[in-house]
Design a protein around this ligand. Sequence first.
Ligand SMILES: [Zn+2]
Length: 165
Amino acid sequence: MARRARAPKKPKDPKIEPERLPLVEKAIHELIAEYQIGNLERITIVARSKAGKASGPPCGRIVKVSIVSKAVNALLKDEEIGAVQYAVDVKVHAWDKLDADEKKRELLHAVCHMGGYDDHDRLFLVQHEIEEFQRVVDVFGAYAPSITKFAKAAKQLPLAGTEKK
Ligand SMILES: [Zn+2]
């Protein structure tokens, strides 16, 4: 059996203590209302600041969505918000450089990832096989060359996250 080399720990970004971002949370709720995303009506979402530079594909570059585990919810218990379903981590340094439209686009993308609860009462994330959700492209256009490519290809695909119950 090959011996596995011990992976050296990579130095991380200078730690910043994550902070709640109430303005981002407010903007997310406004988007959910504006686009009438019904599966998220009773979902609690927190936005948190994150260190690090923007890099990689549009998805998760600056704003990243995750499901909040039961363990993390247990830690959050003292806060008045109650159980949280999704966390939106925002790389604040890059975020601050976005204009209002770009911020909205990033958040709509994040919201499109939130599927709410499935039939087994489990939270899920909606994935896109391509780099962007059609809904985001419909609203904001193809804002990057890679998006233009897929936007043409995606015309025939059903819209992610827009199924009506
Ligand atoms: Zn994405």
